[in-house]
Design a protein around this ligand. Structure first.
Ligand code: SF4
Length: 305
């Protein structure tokens, strides 16, 4: 029995074959890094969550071939080009058009997935994404992390919740599939508050969610606060408990793209148990089995009341 709607199952249903993700770095920055809104970046971020991504530069074809060699030695199959580093729509529209058009037109690319921020989706960008989406699926990933304004201010997210609401509405109107990132274990967030965020994301009508554990990374301002004893990180047991509560409170058809994060091990300060991803995923899956987890059991029960 599948305890939750996994990305693997969804990809097989959607594309009918094994699809690999190519992690690419389109050479972007963020409005919270370049001084437009802030110059420090989000408090937990070391550099755009793209540690393993291949820089694209001027040569899209070469970068994609290099990324393909990293994920598969067979050279066959389909790929999702995932622009995961920094803010993938924060650049002049001509650059975005060139990059994404060249990528999506390759026969081996089944879809393009772009990580970005809700405040970087102007009408010109939405028009471009909509045009590309006519050719092949375009997915947009939004870093929301939390719905709570005090936490959003602490992490220096740089936009308010209505900006997210508006972005999701416009993306839905364009028929663009949206995936939302949420971090579990942010300072000041209780399990109840995290479940509220999960429910909000579920209610907002997006297709997928990426659940990530908060990692404290070397060199971030979050590390300073952690070392100063201002907050504690989740234990593995605490993480599993809140993960299960969130999944119970998500709609049954929402695709769960990720159950934990892929932190760079050499930068990880805490929680150290998260460095062994295989062990974490085994523990998570065992707990789901033990607890008979069913995605949406609380979400749909509440809707029926
Ligand atoms: S978390 Fe995202 S938006 Fe924030 S600084 Fe890092 S890459 Fe930029």
């Amino acid at each position: 029995m599948e305890h939750y709607r996994s990305l693997n199952t969804y990809l097989k249903e959607r594309f009918g074959e094994k699809v690999y993700k190519l992690a690419l770095d389109g050479g972007f920055t963020c409005p919270t890094r370049d001084g437009t809104k802030d110059s420090r970046g989000c408090i937990f971020c070391l550099g755009g969550s793209g540690d393993f991504s291949i820089p694209v530069g001027e040569n899209v074809e070469e970068a994609i071939e290099t990324a393909k060699a990293v994920v598969s030695d067979k050279g066959a199959g389909k790929y999702i080009a995932y622009f995961q580093s920094y803010t993938g729509t924060y650049a002049p529209i001509e650059k975005l058009r060139r990059l994404y058009t060249q990528t999506i037109r390759r026969p081996d690319i089944a879809a393009v997935s772009i990580a970005t921020r809700p405040d970087c989706l102007g009408e010109d960008v939405l028009r471009l994404l909509s045009e590309l989406n006519e050719e092949k699926p375009v997915w947009v990933e939004l870093g929301l992390q939390t719905i709570h304004p005090d936490t959003a201010a602490y992490i220096r997210r740089g936009y308010a919740l209505p900006v997210y609401d508006q972005a999701v509405k416009r993306l839905r109107e364009q028929g663009i599939e949206t995936i939302v990132h949420m971090i579990l274990g942010l300072p000041g967030e209780t399990p109840e508050r995290m479940v509220q965020t999960a429910r909000y994301i579920g209610d907002s009508g997006v297709r997928g969610i990426k659940l990530q554990l908060l990692h404290v990374l070397k060199g971030t301002d979050l590390e300073k606060d952690y070392r100063a004893g201002k907050f504690e990180v989740l234990t593995l047991e605490g993480y599993i408990a809140v993960l299960e509560a969130c999944i119970r409170n998500l709609p049954r058809d929402m695709v769960i793209h990720r159950l934990t994060g892929d932190g760079a091990k050499r930068s990880l300060v805490a929680p150290l148990w998260s460095a062994d991803k295989k062990r974490v995923l085994n523990a998570v899956n065992r707990a789901f089995e033990r607890d008979g987890l069913v995605q949406g059991s609380d979400y749909h029960a509440a809707a029926d009341e």
